[in-house]
Design a protein around this ligand. Structure first.
Ligand code: HEM
Length: 471
C-alpha cells in the first residue's frame, strides 16, 4: 500500500493446491511450468524439504532437495560452491547451442572462463558499452512510438525481447541486429528453449535425453542461432586479419584479446563462438523477461509511473541519457529490483551433490539435485511484508535490509553470481526511464498474464499494454 492507499498484487501462477498423484500427470504439470514445484503453502517454510522425483520403471529412485534456509543457501552458493557443481543435465541441454561455456562449466574450466569473461563485464566494460545500449533504447522507443496513442495493443514481451536481444548484439558486435536476424534468432531460440526445458524435465525422471527425437530439432535450432552470431564474428576476425580498424570498446574486442592471467590462454576458434552464444542467450532472455513484467506492473500503478516520470525528467531533462545519470535514477532502479523480486527471471537454481551431504536436517545422497527456489524466497512470508504486493519503495525501508540479506537473490550469489548483473541493471534503468519519460502505460482490460517458468519466468499468454502520451 502506498501513501495514497493504492495497492497492487500482481498476478500469481495458477493455483497450486497439491501435486497430482499420478506420476504422468505430475510430469505433464512440470513440463508446462516448473512453478508447479512450488506448492501453495510452501511460502513460509524455513529448512530443507525432500521431494520424490516421479520415476519410470527400471530407473533408480531419486529425490530432489528444496532448500529454503538462508544459511544452507549460503553454504551451497557461497562458502562451498565448488562442492555443489552445476548439473550434467543442464550442460547436456546447452552443449548443442553453446558448447561447454561459462554458464554450464564447472571446476578449472569454469574458473578460466570466468576470469576471462569478467574482464568484459567489469565497471569499465559496462561503462564502455553505455552508448551502444542507448542506441538500442532509441531504436526501441522509435518502434514503440509508432503504436503509442493509436489505441493499438502492444505485445510488450515481444518488444522487450527485441530490445534486449538488440542490446546484447550491439554491445558484443557494435552492430545493430537486422530485423531479419532478429526474426530468425528469436523464433529459433523460442523453439530451442521449449525443447531444452522439456528435455531437462524428462531427463530428471531418468530418460536418457540422447534418446529423444527432439534432439535433431534442437540441433537445427542451435545451428540457426549460431549462424546468425557467427556472421559478425567472422567479419570481425577477417577485419583483424586484414589489419583494418575494428571497434575497441565492445564486448567482442575484450573477449578476443583478454588473456587468462593464470593459464595465459585466450578464447579462440569455436570456443569464442560458444561463449558469445552463451552470453547472447543468458544476456537477452533474462533481461527481456524482467522488463516485460516491469511494464505489466507499472501499467497497474499510475502513481509509480508519475514518480518515475518526474525522476526521469529531473535527471535527464530533454537531453539524451549519459552513463553518469544511471546512478541518479534511484526510483527507477528500485522499481526494477522489486519486479525482479516478484518475477525473478530465473525462478530457481539447480546444483548436484558430489558426495553424501547433510543439508539442514536432511541426509542427501551423492548425485542428488539440490534446488534453491529463488521464486519462493522472494515471496517468503517470513522475510517479506505483504510479500505478494508490488511495493518498489520497500527497498528504501530499513526493515527490508534483513530480507534483502537472507531472501533476495535475483542474480544468485557467491562466485557464480550473474556476470551481467551490473549490465542488466544499467540496461533496465535506461530503457525504463526512457519509456516512462515519454509514455503513460495502461493495462489491457480483461488481459491477465499467466506466469510460467521454463528456462525463464514468462507469461504463457504474453503481456499486452497500451501506450499513451502522458497528460
Ligand atoms: C535481469 C537480468 C538477469 C538476471 C535476473 C540474471 C540472473 C542470473 C542468475 C540467477 C544466474 C545464476 C544461474 C545459476 O547459477 O544457475 C546468472 C548467471 C549468469 N548470467 Fe545472468 N541474469 C541477468 C542478465 C544477464 C546478462 C545481461 C548477462 C550477460 C550479458 C548475463 C550473463 C550471465 C552469465 C554468463 C552467467 C553464468 C555465470 C557463471 O556461472 O559464472 N546475465 N544470471
Amino acid at each position: 500500500m502506498n501513501d495514497r492507499g493504492e495497492k497492487f498484487s500482481p498476478v500469481l501462477p495458477k493455483a497450486q493446491e497439491a501435486h497430482p498423484t499420478h506420476p504422468l500427470e505430475r510430469i505433464r504439470g512440470h513440463l508446462r511450468s516448473s512453478l508447479g514445484l512450488f506448492l501453495k503453502g510452501s511460502y513460509d517454510f524455513v529448512g530443507v524439504s525432500r521431494h520424490a522425483i516421479p520415476k519410470l520403471p527400471f530407473v533408480r529412485r531419486r529425490e530432489l532437495y528444496n532448500v529454503r534456509d538462508p544459511e544452507v543457501i549460503r553454504e551451497i552458493l557461497v562458502k562451498r560452491y565448488r562442492e555443489f557443481p552445476k548439473g550434467e543435465m543442464m550442460e547436456r541441454m546447452m552443449r548443442k547451442l553453446s558448447g561447454y561455456s561459462i554458464f554450464v562449466s564447472n571446476g578449472e574450466a569454469w574458473e578460466r572462463h570466468r576470469r576471462i569473461v569478467d574482464q568484459a563485464f567489469d565497471n569499465a566494460g559496462v561503462r564502455n558499452v553505455f552508448g551502444l545500449m542507448r542506441d538500442a533504447a532509441d531504436a526501441s522507443i522509435a518502434r514503440l512510438s509508432a503504436d503509442a496513442g493509436t489505441g493499438r495493443e502492444i505485445a510488450i514481451d515481444a518488444e522487450m525481447t527485441h530490445f534486449a536481444g538488440d542490446v546484447i548484439f550491439r554491445t558484443i558486435f557494435s552492430e545493430p541486429m537486422s530485423s531479419d536476424d532478429a526474426r530468425r534468432i528469436f523464433s529459433a531460440f523460442d523453439a530451442f528453449q521449449a525443447i531444452a526445458f522439456a528435455q531437462g524435465m524428462i531427463g530428471l525422471v531418468g530418460v536418457p535425453i540422447h534418446w529423444l527425437w527432439s534432439n535433431r530439432r534442437a540441433r537445427r535450432m542451435a545451428r540457426e542461432i549460431r549462424d546468425v552470431l557467427n556472421g559478425p564474428l567472422q567479419r570481425r576476425l577477417k577485419a583483424v586479419r586484414e589489419g583494418r580498424p575494428v571497434p575497441t570498446n565492445d564486448i567482442l574486442s575484450v573477449l578476443m584479446t583478454a588473456e587468462d592471467p593464470v593459464t595465459r590462454t585466450k578464447f579462440e576458434g569455436e570456443e569464442l563462438l560458444d561463449q558469445i552464444a552463451m552470453l547472447f542467450l543468458a544476456g537477452h532472455e533474462t533481461s527481456a523477461a524482467g522488463l516485460a513484467w516491469a511494464l505489466y506492473c507499472l501499467a497497474h500503478r499510475l502513481d509509480t509511473q508519475v514518480e518515475m516520470r518526474a525522476e526521469a525528467r529531473a535527471v535527464l531533462g530533454d537531453r539524451q541519457p549519459e552513463f553518469s545519470d544511471m546512478k541518479r535514477l534511484e526510483k527507477t532502479r528500485d522499481v526494477f529490483r522489486e519486479v525482479l523480486r516478484l518475477y525473478p527471471p530465473i525462478a530457481y537454481l539447480s546444483r548436484d551433490t558430489e558426495k553424501p551431504e547433510r543439508l539442514g536436517d536432511q541426509e542427501v545422497p551423492c548425485g542428488s539435485p539440490v534446488v534453491v527456489p529463488i521464486w519462493l524466497m522472494h515471496r517468503h512470508t517470513g522475510y517479506w511484508q505483504d510479500a505478494n504486493d508490488f511495493q518498489p519503495d520497500r527497498f528504501t525501508r530499513p526493515e527490508t535490509r534483513e530480507a534483502q540479506r537472507c531472501a533476495y537473490m535475483p542474480f544468485s550469489m557467491g562466485a557464480r553470481v550473474c556476470v551481467g548483473a551490473a549490465f542488466a541493471m544499467q540496461e533496465a534503468t535506461l530503457v525504463l526511464a526512457e519509456i516512462l519519460r515519454r509514455f503513460e502505460i495502461r493495462p489491457v482490460a480483461g488481459h491477465e498474464p499467466e506466469p510460467v517458468s521454463r528456462l525463464t519466468v514468462r507469461s504463457e499468454n504474453g503481456i499486452r499494454i497500451f501506450l499513451d502520451r502522458p497528460r
